[in-house]
Design a binder for this molecule. Structure first.
Ligand SMILES: *[C@@H]1O[C@H](CO)[C@@H](O)[C@H](O)[C@H]1NC(C)=O
Length: 796
């Protein structure tokens, strides 16, 4: 019943505490706001002013010696309390009685020797290891920690049923610190461990291994031992301990950390473990002491599949290398890892070997490794990363006898391929070849296994991919980053390429046809190249931005212009150039087209719309307006009775009466017509002269009829004469019908000259043009001019 209500109660309390502190309920966005870090502060006491909302409190590496209810009960939301490396000597677990949420309590590396128990029911992780407990600190209350997952303990002596109170718990991890364990007397101690998946025993780091206890475990999946110092004498003590521990039917993952041993003892341990139900054996940090001599090993049938040894230090210098390496090369297991060692070689197994996977990362192997070795025919994966390999040709030759080899990693060596003629010999089964971080140049492409599907060549010295190389039809993934390539490779040589990594090269203008030749690309990574942002790049940018962003890795952030200086740093995505400025042919064609269009329009206007006529009319109109402005008004008004005198042939009378006169008189212009205004009794000539002199302008209506009329010529003569005398242009010539020069009799040279100057206004036959024609005529008259109409001489 109580348990059911608990979450509600807890939440309620949490809210109340917050409400008290801040006067309001505050929502916290991240976990870190509940975390208080007080590591290495030199604290000697539990601080009083901690925020009550604290969930995680880390006070590692201080000098705290005491925990009190008052300090901790206020932190009612506390879930994790880390107090390792302090000076706590006594612990009363009742201090946590109000911390219902406490799940993780780390009190390791203190000076605890006594503990008073209280069931802190929600604990999942309780670490009491590396303390000064004499016997294992287990009290019956621990039996109720049903959620306990990790338990760390320490003791100097063990009793068989110490762990009985927690026998029914299902622990995942039991850590037993036996650093302070001492052998007492002759009686052999024993400890029964009931229920845990993983057991980790830690022994004293400097003392020789001396534990003599029967530790028996019901079922164990993982076993880890730390700090094992062995010589030939106490080697048996370890195997004794192990015989009890490694008993169960479950296959075991066994790990040894920090092992110092003689060679002889190590070989004994191997032989011992070979018959145990172990699947994988790991040794991290191994020191071999004393001497290395030939050991006769015969490996029995084993369940062991994988042996991994990382970091070997060898304090023996004079020994036969073969004595060392045979122990490993003859192992009848599938997977062997020996890495970070001073080993310079590995022997070819004498019998057909079971190895499928060999990992020799970070040793000092040379090219002569597995030379002519034909016993590794089951080998599928060979990793020789970070060794002293130099000649790629020899590596190819090495694989010749490994018909199952699929994965070869020879990255991080000093490999070169310098042979000038011929190709390499490779086993054809290789599908993944890792040649990254070597010193390979363009020639490497003459030395690639033919069926490779994944090829890693990143971080080498390749400048280009030669055209004349054997096609790699199966290649799907090519990593060629961190080289000095200047262009993307086409897929002519790599028909099946689907993944290309070519970032950090010197690609400045990638060829745009890459995407046409490489249709199968599912991923390309080409960022961080010094792209030259010019016209040539536009097609590449267009292609790459059309492809979906899942295909182009790191687009757009890693693709930036490096040149020209003005575009440096611009993302390719944002780089644009107009199509015209990039295509000279297009530019020329465009200009040509525009010019052609102008010519067509002008021709059209000239032919169909009579543009020249309009131009001439407009031109004359503006000239006339300009002139009219410059003539003083008073001067004009003197002596003038008419605005204009009209001279025309009688054949054109109809036009003059119907068109010209009505249009002029509409504007209130006074017109002198010879048949209307001629004074009787005066000769015709006198009348003409009189009329011309009293008019502001003289209008001549030119037509073939006009040319034929003598009178008209007189009139023109006089008018022109006057015009010259007064020095201003007062003559308005209207060309009613076209007159060809030839039709003008040569005696009328004045008319010819005027016609030649083309200063006449043509009467347009189209009605639409009449407006402009009349505007031009009107413009010739100064409208402000008032003429004396009451003059006696002017009479009909
Ligand atoms: C090649 O080896 C390097 C380490 O040397 C590693 O980072 C890389 O992922 C490997 N490549 C492949 C394709 O496995």
């Amino acid at each position: 019943m109580i348990e059911d209500k608990e979450p509600i109660v807890r939440n309620f309390r949490f809210v109340c505490v917050l409400a008290l502190t801040f006067g309001a309920i505050i929502q916290f966005s991240t976990e870190s706001e509940f975390t208080v870090d007080l590591t290495k502060r030199g604290l000697t006491q539990f601080p009083k002013d901690l925020p009550p909302k604290t969930k995680v409190l880390d006070m590692s590496q201080n000098y705290i010696s005491e925990l009190q209810v008052l300090d901790i009960s206020i932190l009612s939301g506390l879930q994790v309390l880390l107090l390792p490396h302090n000076r706590i000597q006594q612990l009363d677990l009742t201090v946590f009685q109000f911390n219902q949420d406490l799940e993780h309590l780390d009190l390791s590396h203190n000076q605890l020797s006594k503990i008073t128990c209280y069931p802190v029911v929600h604990l999942k992780h309780l670490d009491l290891s590396f303390n000064d407990f004499d016997a294992l600190p287990i009290c019956k209350e621990f039996g109720s920690l049903m959620q306990l997952d990790f338990l760390g303990l320490s003791a100097t002596k063990l009793k068989k049923l110490d762990l009985l109170p927690i026998a029914h718990l299902h622990l995942t991890y039991l850590l037993l610190d036996l650093e302070g364990y001492r052998v007492k007397g002759n009686g052999i101690e024993s400890l029964q461990i009931f229920n845990t998946k993983k057991l980790h025993l830690i022994f004293h780091p400097n003392n020789f291994f001396s534990v003599q206890v029967n530790i028996s475990v019901n079922t164990l999946e993982l076993l880890e031992l730390t700090n094992i110092k062995l010589n030939d004498k106490n080697c048996l003590k370890l195997t004794l301990l192990l015989s009890e521990l490694i008993r169960g039917p479950h296959l075991l993952n066994f790990t040894l950390n920090h092992v110092e041993t003689t060679w002889k003892c190590l070989v004994q341990i191997f032989q011992f473990l070979w018959s145990k139900p172990i699947e994988s054996l790991n040794i991290y940090s191994l020191i071999i002491v004393e001497g290395i001599n030939k050991e006769n090993v015969t490996y029995s049938n084993t369940t062991l599949k994988a042996l991994k040894i990382e970091h070997i230090q060898n304090s023996v210098f004079l020994f036969s290398q073969d004595d060392l390496y045979t122990v490993f090369s003859e192992m009848n297991i599938m997977m062997l890892t020996i890495s970070d060692t001073p080993f310079i070689h590995m022997l070819c197994p004498q019998k057909p070997s079971t190895f499928k996977f060999l990992n020799f990362t970070q040793n000092v192997f040379t090219d002569s490794i597995f030379e002519n070795c034909s016993t590794l025919f089951r080998l599928e994966t060979l990793i020789l990363q970070k060794n002293g390999l130099k000649d790629l040709f020899k590596i190819g030759l090495m694989t010749k006898y490994m018909p199952s080899l699929e994965i070869l990693d020879v990255s991080r060596n000093s490999l070169e391929f310098n042979r000038h003629e011929g190709n390499c010999t490779w086993v054809e089964s290789i599908v993944l070849l890792n040649l990254s971080s070597n010193m390979l140049t363009d020639s490497v492409f003459r030395c690639i296994p033919p069926r490779v599907t994944v090829l890693d060549l990143h971080n080498n010295k390749i400048k280009s991919i030669p055209k004349q190389i054997r096609k790699l039809e199966a290649l799907q993934e090519l990593n060629i980053a961190l080289n000095s390539l200047t262009d993307l490779p086409g897929c002519g040589t790599f028909h099946s390429l689907s993944v290309l990594i070519i970032d950090y090269n010197l690609v400045s203008h990638p060829s745009a046809d890459f995407f046409y030749s490489c249709q199968n690309i599912t991923s390309i990574k080409a960022g961080n190249n010094p792209f030259q942002c010019s016209c040539e790049l536009r097609e590449f940018i267009r292609n790459i931005s059309q492809i979906s962003s899942d295909v182009v890795e790191d687009w757009p952030e890693s693709y930036k212009c490096a040149y020209p200086e003005s575009s440096k740093g611009t993302a390719l995505k944002d780089f644009h150039m107009s199509p015209l400025s990039c295509n000279p042919a297009l530019l020329i064609v465009t200009i040509g087209l525009i010019m052609l269009l102008v010519v067509v329009i002008v021709t059209f206007l000239c032919i169909y719309m009579d543009l020249p006529w309009y131009l001439r009319m407009v031109c004359q109109w503006t000239q006339t307006r300009h002139r009219a402005k410059n003539v003083p008004l008073e001067e004009l008004q003197r002596n003038l009775q008419f605005h204009a005198f009209i001279s025309y042939s009688e054949h054109d009378t109809v036009w003059v009466k119907n068109e010209l006169l009505p249009n002029l008189e509409k504007e209130d212009l006074q017109i002198c017509l010879h048949e209307r205004n001629f004074v009787a009794g005066k000769s015709i000539i006198e009348n003409i002269i009189n009329c011309i002199e009293k008019s502001y302008k003289a209008i001549f209506v030119l037509s073939p009829n006009f040319v034929q009329s003598d009178w008209c010529h007189y009139e023109l003569y006089f008018a022109h004469h006057k015009l010259f005398h007064e020095g201003s242009d007062k003559l308005i010539l209207i060309l009613l019908e076209p007159i060809s020069q030839d039709n003008i009799p040569s005696k009328y040279h004045k008319l010819r000259a005027l016609m030649a100057q083309r200063t006449y206004l043509e009467w347009p036959t189209e009605k639409s043009k009449h407006g402009l024609f009349w505007a031009n005529i009107r413009a010739a008259f100064n409208m402000k001019l008032t003429v004396g109409t009451e003059n006696n001489d002017v009479r009909i």
